[in-house]
Design a binder for this molecule. Structure first.
Ligand SMILES: [Fe+2]
Ligand SMILES: [Fe+2]
Length: 148
């Protein structure tokens, strides 16, 4: 089921909210790939795109946290690094299927598929709800366009 961005996910900053909306749409692409049983090559491309965008988003978010002198900056930055590591780890078995790129998503072992989808959901939803939203009180004191 697609994950839909809603106002409750807003951290009171336009830049971060727009990033989160885009990340959700990238994550929803994965579900489309599985539903439509598209080639594994498409899945790898989607993972690459998600990784690049996430990397850029984390950098933007960390810049904002630094400017706000957020007291949990180090801890939050560490969580970002861990998330990227987990994504790389989950993508590894898929890359190893590189020689059968003509295979489609349905050819993936169920546990690989489930762990990928589960990770992505947990990833964004839990991180945004659990950690990013803690920035909201600080961000609410700034303009919505605060982008240091
Ligand atoms: Fe974050
Ligand atoms: Fe974030």
């Amino acid at each position: 089921m697609a994950v839909v961005w809603r106002q409750a996910l807003s951290v009171s900053n336009n830049l971060i909210d727009a990033d989160h909306q885009h990340l959700l749409s990238l994550i929803n692409t994965f579900e489309d790939i599985f539903t439509a049983d598209r080639p594994i090559g498409d899945l790898l491309a989607a993972i690459g795109e998600l990784r690049d965008y996430t990397h850029a988003h984390f950098a933007r978010e960390e810049r904002i946290m630094l400017a706000l002198r957020y007291h949990k900056y180090d801890q939050h930055k560490l969580a970002h690094a861990r998330l990227i590591e987990q994504l790389d780890l989950a993508a590894k078995p898929l890359r190893e299927l590189g020689e059968v790129l003509s295979a489609t998503a349905a050819a993936l072992p169920e546990e690989i598929r489930d762990s990928l989808v589960g990770l992505l959901r947990q990833w964004l939803i839990e991180h945004i709800l659990g950690e990013d939203l803690q920035l909201k009180p600080l961000l609410a004191e700034q303009s919505k366009n605060f982008a240091p």
